[in-house]
Each structure stands twice: as structure tokens, then as C-alpha cells.
Design a protein. Structure first.
Length: 238
């Protein structure tokens, strides 16, 4: 249940929006050919950003220069979020062509975007493999699985009926690898259930953490280490 970083939005019509965005990019390029734009993609829940410049504008597409890391993530997503203080709002560009030799991407089919990533209170990272956790509440333990996590909260998948809306306050028990030592420690995090969504025989339980100083320190180290792993993986592929 990872939150998508952005979604497209229609202001007039898809065709009119495409034309207005392309015209705006043409005006920016004509005024300042070296103007920088910010590209954003999400790779395994980690935002990947870089600057980009326009190389050439064609009839209905725009060719941008970017770097190897962003080039790879754009190729994976087949689109990119474009932001700039020269644009009144964020826009999405869909991939038309990829030139790996020159690290250039040709984008078209532009649309306006509403960005959600700033609503997260912390960066979310995807785990290498789903992780088993336990929820402790009302004197019982309920098993669950998580696939991504942030310093601020997590979504736990468990069997439907095991957790109810009334079980607002609980503890998440999770085994984290301690950075630098390789030692696996159980972290107990005070947690508040904020939403349950039924998904077939399972329940997706969205939770926010009410950290102790110890659990916050342990979780911060775990997330930082996972971010490092994702960046290394991304650079190796780029």
C-alpha cells in the first residue's frame, strides 16, 4: 500500500494540457536554453532526483539531458515528474525515446501532476524481502508481514479479523539488523492503528509510530542502511 508519489490531473482536456505544457517548455527554452529542471522518480519507494536540461524540442516532444542514475529510473518507470520554479505546477512526461549513449530521454504526452510525496512525514523504503513482524495488543500477539517501512509508520498485512478498528494502541515487534555490527535486535515500537483496508482474506493495517528514543534510533539506522543498499543497487544497474 505504498503511496504513489504523484498522479496526473486534467485541467482542460488531455490534448489542451499537452499543448499548453509543450508551449511553456518551448518558451522557457527560447528564453534560457540552459534552464535547469528537477526530475523525480521513485525507485523501491526511494525518491530519486536530479537536475536536467533541455537538449532539443521537436514537434510534440522534448529531449532532455540527464545522468545515468536518473536515466535508469526513467527507463524503469517509463515516465518522470518534472519540476521547476519556471513552471507553475509539476508536470509528467512520458518516455518516447531513450538514448543510453548520450544519456538523453525524449519525453512527450505531457500532463499536469499533483504531487503526494511531500505528505509523507519520512522517506519510505522497500525491503529486500517481505519481513515477518508481530503486533501486540489486548494481551495477544498477531503475526503480520511488511514490505516497506518509514521512520513514521508502516503498513502491516495480516489475516482479516485478527486486528480490529478498536485496537488503536498497540506495539509493533520487529527484528532489525543493527548497523555496523550485523546483530539482529528485536525492536518494540509503540504504534497507533489509523486505518484498515480489506484485501481479500487479508487486512492492510496502516499504522503510525509513537517512538521511544531507543526505537527511533534503531529504526533510523535500519532505514539509512537500506537507503544505502538501494542507492548502491541503482548505481550498479545504471
Amino acid at each position: 500500500m505504498a503511496l504513489k508519489a504523484y498522479n496526473d490531473v486534467i485541467l482542460v482536456s488531455p490534448a489542451d494540457d499537452r499543448e499548453s505544457i509543450l508551449a511553456l517548455l518551448q518558451d522557457i527554452y527560447a528564453t534560457d536554453p540552459t534552464a535547469e529542471f528537477s526530475f523525480l522518480n521513485v525507485y523501491k519507494e526511494l525518491p530519486i532526483t536530479s537536475s536536467a536540461t533541455i537538449f532539443e524540442i521537436k514537434k510534440s516532444s522534448v529531449e532532455f539531458n540527464t545522468n545515468s542514475t536518473q536515466f535508469f529510473t526513467i527507463g524503469e518507470a517509463r515516465e518522470v515528474l518534472i519540476q521547476s520554479n519556471l513552471l507553475s505546477t509539476s508536470v509528467i512526461g512520458k518516455v518516447r525515446e531513450l538514448d543510453s549513449r548520450r544519456l538523453q530521454v525524449t519525453l512527450g504526452d505531457f500532463s499536469y501532476a499533483v504531487v503526494h510525496s511531500e505528505k509523507r512525514n519520512s522517506v519510505r523504503v522497500r525491503l529486500k524481502l517481505p519481513m515477518q513482524v508481530q503486533l501486540a495488543f489486548d494481551g495477544k500477539l498477531v503475526g503480520g508481514v511488511i514490505r516497506d517501512i518509514s521512520l513514521g509508520g508502516v503498513c502491516v498485512t495480516t489475516m482479516l479479523g485478527e486486528v480490529t478498528e478498536q485496537s488503536g494502541e498497540m506495539e509493533l515487534r520487529i527484528k532489525l539488523m543493527e548497523a555496523g555490527t550485523g546483530t539482529q535486535l528485536e525492536s518494540v515500537i509503540p504504534t497507533r492503528l489509523i486505518r484498515i483496508v480489506e484485501n481479500g482474506p487479508h487486512a492492510e493495517c496502516a499504522m503510525v509510530f509513537s517512538h521511544t528514543s531507543q526505537s527511533e534510533r534503531q529504526m533510523s539506522g535500519f532505514i539509512f542502511q537500506r537507503q544505502v543498499e538501494i542507492i548502491k543497487e541503482l548505481k550498479a544497474k545504471a
